[in-house]
Design a protein around this ligand. Structure first.
Ligand SMILES: Cc1ncc(COP(=O)(O)O)c(C=O)c1O
Length: 427
């Protein structure tokens, strides 16, 4: 199968294996819906990013974008590898600290950052990226004494969906191109200690997007040089954000990591800068490490052939929200020849609750039996972390496989968990 990765996802005797363990057996042991992450694949992916830069002679700061998957055990695993953290909320910073990241290895880069957030961040002592003139002014008013960087919008973006493009026109993030020099001058006048420049043009790019990205790298480097002139000092780092994607479907190719890393390095070496290179990959590190197992409870001809499962967009929202493709695999009959096209329907009361890219695009699968387990692949990033309790359904359990061992990472919720913060009617 196109998605097989040796030692990670494999088909043996028509069964799906993850990290050498039969997926159906894990479903039996832990129940479904179940998120499974292969920790060794996470380490491998982290090392692939690091290796691509090191092969070109640079030790990068790899700020893992915690938003992709904020499980404590995943963060701890990445802390062990020497990762830094890109955090977008005070709670992400707190979780990263709990996971053992030193405060100096965390950079907060948020949007519409309010004073409550700023006070929280200042108490934690974390470095902050400035997203607006308003934020800069309020940081000064609140007495911010730490180090800061400035996020700018380099005018062009890329991403797998309109929602994930974060630079260009009609974008809420960062300081726009025509005001970036003003931003450095303002920060200097306010006495803020600016140590870095930040860009993030979007999430989930593949091949052709690297060229667009590298154009923004040129622009960012020019801005960094200008910033040093305006500030009268050298920058400590330039952060090029996240974005490298993974192939979710057969047609998509592997992300050209070498071209990406070499491109950044070549341009940085040619520049008049001594700044360290930072990048913020999230999806690339955890995306293909995780799968979601769901149980097939209905196989039936409705007005279309339907496979009903015990999960929905409350557990994996990417198909419903972005129209994203997630490969689906019948775990106990991966290559079955008796096939048919189905709507794979979730158990929520919404007609858009399907795991196909859309209601109209049916998915060809081996005809399953009720009780079979279906795996949704590439669910390690923006999966569990975007899940909800819609329809008062519990969030799934999550397990981690690492070095031939397995552990429960997140317990399955119960109805009591849904009620913990609820109050009885009192008035
Ligand atoms: C500031 C910032 N950095 C990094 C990322 C990570 O993106 P990705 O998971 O595509 O690498 C994001 C996500 O959109 C982001 O907003």
């Amino acid at each position: 199968m196109w998605w097989e990765i040796e030692g990670h996802l494999e088909v043996r005797e028509n069964q799906l294996y993850i990290a050498g363990i039969e997926a159906s057996k894990l479903a039996e042991r832990y129940g479904t819906p179940l998120y499974i992450y292969n920790g060794n694949r996470i380490i491998e992916n982290f090392n692939r990013v690091k290796g691509a830069f090191e092969a070109a002679g640079v030790k990068p700061r790899i700020h893992y974008a915690a938003k992709a998957n904020t499980h404590l055990a995943v963060l701890q695993l990445l802390s062990r590898q020497g990762a830094w953290i890109d955090a977008v909320s005070v709670n992400e910073v707190k979780i990263a600290l709990k996971a053992g990241f030193p405060v100096g290895r965390i950079l907060f880069t948020g949007a519409s950052v309010g004073n409550a957030d700023l006070k929280g961040l200042m108490q934690l002592g974390v470095r902050i990226t400035i997203d607006s003139f308003s934020q800069m002014r309020r940081m000064k008013e609140l007495g911010f004494k730490g180090e800061a960087s400035i996020r700018w919008n380099p005018g062009e973006g890329a991403g797998h969906h309109e929602h994930t493009i974060t630079a260009g026109k009609f974008i809420k993030f960062g300081i726009p191109e025509h005001r970036i020099e003003e931003a450095f001058l303002k920060a200097k006048a306010l006495g803020l200690d600016i140590v870095g420049l930040h860009q993030h043009i979007g999430s989930g790019w593949l091949g052709k997007d690297v060229d667009v990205f590298l154009e923004t790298v040129d622009k960012t480097i020019a801005v960094a040089e200008k910033a040093e002139e305006l500030l009268g000092k050298k920058l400590e780092f330039v952060d090029f954000g996240g974005g490298p994607g993974i192939p979710y479907s057969k047609e998509q190719k592997e992300f050209p990591l070498e071209k990406y890393a070499r491109g950044i390095i070549k341009k940085m070496k040619a520049a008049d800068l001594n700044a360290e290179i930072a990048v913020e990959p999230g999806r690339y590190i955890v995306g293909d490490s995780g799968i979601l197992l769901v149980e097939i409870n209905t196989v039936e001809e409705k007005n279309v052939p339907v496979i009903g499962v015990n999960s929905g967009f409350n557990h994996l929202i990417r198909p419903a929200f972005y129209g994203s493709h997630h490969e689906m695999v019948v775990c106990n009959n991966v290559g079955g020849r008796n096939r048919k096209s189905f709507m794979v329907a979730g158990n929520l009361c919404e007609s858009g609750d399907v795991f196909n890219e859309s209601k109209q695009e049916l998915r060809e699968l081996p005809i399953p039996e009720e009780g079979d387990i279906l795996a949704l692949l590439n669910a390690g990033a923006y999966g569990y972390i975007m899940s909800s309790n819609y329809n008062s359904r519990a969030k799934p359990a999550c397990i981690l496989l690492l070095n031939g061992k397995e552990q429960l990472m997140v317990e399955r919720q119960t109805v009591d968990d849904l009620l913990t913060k609820e109050k009885e009617l009192e008035i």
